[in-house]
Design a protein around this ligand. Structure first.
Ligand code: PGA
Length: 250
């Protein structure tokens, strides 16, 4: 499967820094061998979309509401994102779950809404430190997958991306062993298979959490890993391009 590398810029980079990073990424990324996307903060979307026009670099949003329009002060509509040219949206990132109270029900509604409006959802799942210590990793991520793609919800596996992001590894410099990553990815693949049947094979499962230019090869070589969701190391062109290069050689 062709790898996918996604840069989650989080609440970093203003417009001029975003434009400069896009310019450098367009020169540095190996687009012939990797699919790549960046997710800037909302106010920078227009500048980034203009910067990538006519290139293979895709643009995603970090969040959205599940309704297309209405009285939801401060929220952003999937319809408006699609109309701008956005094609990906990160859903259920652990920072949104932990800091902004995003529930499994909201995640499920957002997945359905994203697909209805032509956006490819990147659904994040992962256990926290205590759950890991209690040996509950598999149980937690399978439950998150089942909730995100709840039976009865009109989700399809087409253009769906899942990111396994252990909460304890995000922004900490700590990473799981490749074997742990593989076990988690296999559990996700099985849960997707139970929900969607054979078409689940086409869903790309990314690893995220402290991916760097230095550790990318080891993490991305783990079985069932089809790319990376990168936070801190996506903020400079050199490190993001090195991660992309590592992905192509796995
Ligand atoms: P990190 O973030 O690479 O800075 O750990 C990853 C993420 O939150 O998606």
């Amino acid at each position: 499967m062709r790898p996918l590398i996604v840069g989650n810029w989080k609440m970093n980079l203003g417009e001029s820094a975003a434009k400069e990073l896009v310019r450098r990424l367009l020169a540095a990324l190996p687009f012939d061998r990797v699919d790549a996307a960046v997710a800037p903060s909302f106010p920078c979307l227009r500048a980034v979309l203009d910067g990538v026009a006519g290139t293979p670099l895709a643009v995603g949003a970090q969040n959205m509401h599940w309704e297309a329009k209405g009285a939801f002060t401060g929220e952003v509509s999937p319809h408006v994102l699609f109309e701008m040219g956005v094609r990906f949206v990160i859903v259920g990132h652990s920072e949104r779950r932990a800091l902004f109270g995003e529930t499994d029900t909201a995640v499920s509604s957002k997945v359905v809404a994203a697909q209805r409006h032509g956006l490819s959802p990147i659904v994040c799942v992962g256990e926290n430190e205590i759950e890991r210590e209690l040996g509950r990793t598999r149980e937690v991520i399978v439950a998150q997958i089942q909730a995100a793609f709840a039976d009865g919800a009109l989700t399809t596996p087409d253009d769906l991306v899942v990111a396994y992001e252990p909460v304890w590894a995000i922004g900490t410099g700590r990473t799981p062993q490749p074997g742990e990553v593989t076990r988690a990815h296999v559990a996700i693949r099985e849960a997707l298979g139970e929900r969607f049947g054979l078409p689940a094979e086409a869903v790309r499962i990314l690893y995220g959490g402290s991916v760097t230019a230095e550790n990318a090869r080891v993490l991305l070589q783990a079985t069932e890993v089809e790319g990376a969701l990168v936070g801190g190391a996506s903020l400079t062109a050199d490190s993001f391009a090195s991660i992309a290069a590592a992905a192509t050689s796995c």
